[in-house]
Design a protein around this ligand. Structure first.
Ligand code: ADP
Length: 504
């Protein structure tokens, strides 16, 4: 038999990537394409589910062509996806009932506030590990069902289906045969009891979501279905791994044991710490969520979701016109010895972990007549590291063992100034993944493991080179910087429309 290949489909927020890996775990061909973002009103973000599916087929075709293989050589497919984004579609025709409501969409801020006022948050937090924020699927589904006539009735009759992006892709990949999801994606909906792993009847009632429209929940490593003949994909290729993007990055980074932690520096920063198979209550401001062990079985994780990280650099580039390329931020930051007392808090879409202030706005303080672009650029990069430190400190306050090394990936890890500053601030080494695409690799790694192509995929990773940044700054110097950041953060939290940094 000819050597097998594994296809990873990574359906992200702004683009879709397909990577074909050979039996040694090396990428043999890949393709990426962006797709359209719809902003019909301020704070609203939508995708067209049909464009998402068309994009998946297009990048898959190109990745296979670049690997110079036909899909008959694929032994397994792994899928990873933007999380929380919610899609409804017609079970008979497969037609989407409108556009997808994307995780960044804030339209349900009012619905979340109303639920909080009704005192529902405690139960929600206890069962789901999440907070009542528009970020998650629950209020998005509620909104979608309310805003088209007759939809709720048809959902109750099982004629309208709900899915996060993984479910939508699985439905299409299998030619409408399978309506399923995995634990990691289900744990982001506000509807799953993460301890039992079951859809929770009380939560379904709270959000007004009929059970009949929900997919079945499976382990992340399992036989999700087989492809129907679709575009470049022949019939019968098994889909055996499905994970939300951040959980895929955690798996791709090899953080399968308790206490291991990774941070992905992309648009936002997402820090996940593997908690193992025993549930522990998350500390205030952090999320409990589901991830998977080596074999794709359910484990618990602590998560800190920071909404704006690399996107702050995009804002310096596109909004403030500081430079034309994000990578220029590094030279700018290095051209000054420090930020000159400037602090940037990039709360450009409210604040996520550990503050959860959807109405917070960004802030630049410490300006003098001597302040230059370079100081602001440096302070913006530093803010990414400070937000990460805020989350890690909260994790450690919950009694988890001190993190001894931070594994990192994502686009902004190309910035060596940022990586060194992160190591300095935390006082621990920061280890940059050798695999640029930890997310895509995570899905492929699990798919290949389930399909029996590689028994110990971590061995493949151990052969790869990585970059290590060791801390050089003295602890008192780092603590002084942290104190200034915390003082300014307290000021921001105290000045906003909702002043209280609520404890959940
Ligand atoms: P995502 O998957 O969220 O789209 P990526 O992992 O592709 O994100 O990373 C892109 C982000 O990283 C962008 O927000 C960009 O501004 C930021 N970025 C890329 N290169 C650099 C750099 N050299 N320095 C700082 N930020 C960078």
């Amino acid at each position: 038999m000819k050597a097998p290949f594994v296809l990873s489909i990574d359906q992200g927020t702004t683009g879709t990537r397909a990577v074909v890996y050979d039996a040694s775990g090396a990428p043999a061909g890949s393709a990426y394409q962006e797709f359209r973002q719809y902003f019909p009103r301020p704070g609203w973000v939508e995708h067209d589910p049909r464009e998402i599916w068309a994009g998946v087929l297009a990048v898959t075709r190109r990745a296979l062509a670049r690997a110079k293989i036909s899909s008959s050589r694929l032994a397994a497919i792994g899928v990873t996806n933007q999380r929380e984004t919610s899609i409804l579609w017609d079970k008979e025709t497969g037609k989407p009932a409108g556009r997808a409501v994307v995780w960044q969409d804030r339209r349900t801020a009012g619905a979340c506030a109303a639920l909080k006022n009704s005192g529902a948050e405690k139960e929600v937090r206890l069962k789901t590990g999440l907070v009542l924020d528009p970020y998650f699927s629950g209020t998005k589904i509620q909104w979608l069902l309310k805003h088209a006539p007759g939809l709720k009735k048809r959902a109750r009759e099982g004629k309208i289906l709900f899915g996060t992006v993984d479910s939508w892709l699985l439905w299409n990949l299998t030619g409408g045969r399978r309506h399923v999801t995995d634990f990691t994606n289900a744990s982001r909906t506000l509807l799953l009891n993460i301890k039992t792993g079951l859809w929770d009847p009380d939560l379904l009632r709270l959000f007004g979501v009929p059970r009949a429209m929900l997919p079945d929940v499976m382990d992340s490593g399992a036989r999700f279905g087989e492809t129907a003949a679709q575009g470049p994909l022949l019939k019968g290729i098994p889909v055996v791994a499905v994970l939300g993007d951040q959980q895929a990055a955690l798996y791709g980074q090899g953080c399968c044991r308790e206490g291991e932690v990774k941070n992905t520096y992309g648009t936002g920063c997402f820090i996940l710490l593997n908690l193992g198979p025993r549930f522990r209550r998350p500390p205030p401001g952090l999320l409990a969520t589901l991830a998977c062990d080596r074999d794709g079985k359910k484990v618990f994780a602590l998560e800190g979701s920071i909404f704006i990280a690399g996107a702050a650099i995009q804002w310096l580039r596109d909004g403030l016109k500081f430079f034309r390329q994000a990578s220029r931020s590094e030279a700018m930051a290095r051209s000054v010895p420090d930020s000159g007392g400037v602090v940037v808090i990039p709360a450009l879409t409210g604040l996520g972990s550990p503050y959860w202030e959807p109405l917070a706005r960004g802030m630049i303080t410490g300006l003098t007549r001597g302040t230059r672009q370079e100081h602001i650029a440096r302070a913006t990069l530093e803010s990414i590291a400070h937000q990460t430190a805020d989350v890690l400190e909260r994790m450690e306050s919950a009694g988890v063992r001190k993190v001894r090394e931070l594994k990192v990936d994502g686009g902004a890890t190309a910035n060596r100034f940022l990586m060194q500053f992160q190591a300095d601030l935390l006082g621990i080494p920061v280890r940059v993944s050798a695999v640029a695409e930890s997310t895509a690799w995570g899905a492929a790694k699990l798919a290949g493991k389930i399909a029996g192509i590689w028994a110990e995929p971590d061995k493949i990773d151990r052969r790869r080179k990585y970059r290590l940044f060791r801390p050089h700054m003295s602890r008192p110097a780092a603590q002084a910087l942290r104190a200034v950041w915390k003082r300014e953060m307290a000021r921001l939290l105290g000045s906003g429309p909702s002043a209280a940094n609520r404890e959940f």
